[in-house]
Ligand binder design. Structure first.
Ligand code: ATP
Length: 258
């Protein structure tokens, strides 16, 4: 748990908006994510959470600062993304979608599909393997997106509000499933969410970001032992931590609203 898997030092990011203005999205963001750690990031809308995740995963270059990732073990992509909008490919079968990340990494079809089938089974999607994503419900499509990310065997999963478009009941079930899966896999995860409860339920640490330009303003260690029972959400200790995180986040929202 002590080996750094991913670290960012003094990240800054500027964008040029459509009307020629400079948008400062991130400023002085430094963080270290240890191997096997589950880190959640909360912050006001538009504060740069997705930008941070994209930079951590190498989809975007920072304007300043740097990111260091430990090379993947076993060889393969160094990070896999899971997005809110499922990002499944409608013209590919469910199996080919699950195998997609590995295929893109150059793994032969048969091996990639074997790995995909195993993850589809674990995600209760085995019977849909030959079907297409439009035959799946929203929750099932998001399970498919998770299956694809886990199938890659990538040591780091970067999740951008992965459960954000699910209805509350499905979201709760998915949180429980993610909790169980993570406990089995211990993959290093950075997850962006708007839900404080989700961040505390899933994470080892909750990082709070300021309104734009995004900076990390505070972090909270989550004291609940693993394996975690989703029932902890009803405990007084959970309530107290929720209140502390909300206090910090509300400060940032208020600054933003002024
Ligand atoms: N490619 C881009 N070009 C111009 N501006 C961008 C680009 N990407 C992001 N931005 C701007 O940078 C800021 C941070 O965006 P980002 O999507 O990272 O925020 P966020 O915290 O993930 O937002 P939300 O919570 O609403 O998903 C926003 O003002 C956004 O408009």
């Amino acid at each position: 748990m002590t080996v750094p898997m991913l670290s960012a030092e003094d990240l800054g990011k500027f964008f040029l908006s459509g009307d020629g203005r400079v948008v400062r999205a991130l400023d002085g963001v430094s963080l270290t994510v240890r191997e096997g750690e589950f880190v959640c990031v909360v912050g006001p809308s538009g504060c740069g959470k997705s930008t941070l995740l994209r930079i951590l995963g190498g989809l975007e270059h920072p304007s300043s600062g740097r990111v260091e990732r430990r090379p993947g073990r076993p060889p393969g992509p160094s990070a896999s993304f899971v997005f809110q909008d499922f990002a499944v490919l409608p013209w590919l079968t469910v199996r080919s979608n699950a195998a997609f990340g590995l295929r893109m990494a150059g793994v032969r079809r048969r091996l990639a599909e074997q790995a995909a089938d195993e993850w589809l089974r674990r995600m209760d999607l085995a019977e849909f393997a030959d079907g297409y994503p439009d035959q799946l419900s929203g929750g099932m499509r998001q399970r498919l997106a998770l299956a694809r990310a886990f199938t890659t065997g990538s040591p780091v999963l970067l999740m951008d509000e992965p459960l954000g478009s699910l209805d509350p009941q499905t979201r709760r079930l998915m949180q429980e499933q993610l909790l169980t899966l993570w406990q089995e896999e211990r993959t290093t995860v950075v997850l962006v969410t708007h839900s404080i409860d989700e961040a505390i339920l899933l994470g080892d640490r909750v990082l709070v970001m300021s309104a734009r330009p995004g900076r990390l303003t505070d972090e909270f260690a989550v004291p609940f032992p693993r394996p975690r029972d989703p029932g902890i959400q009803d405990s007084p200790e959970f309530g107290r931590l929720r209140a502390r995180v909300w206090d910090e986040l509300r400060g940032q929202l208020t600054v933003h609203a002024r």
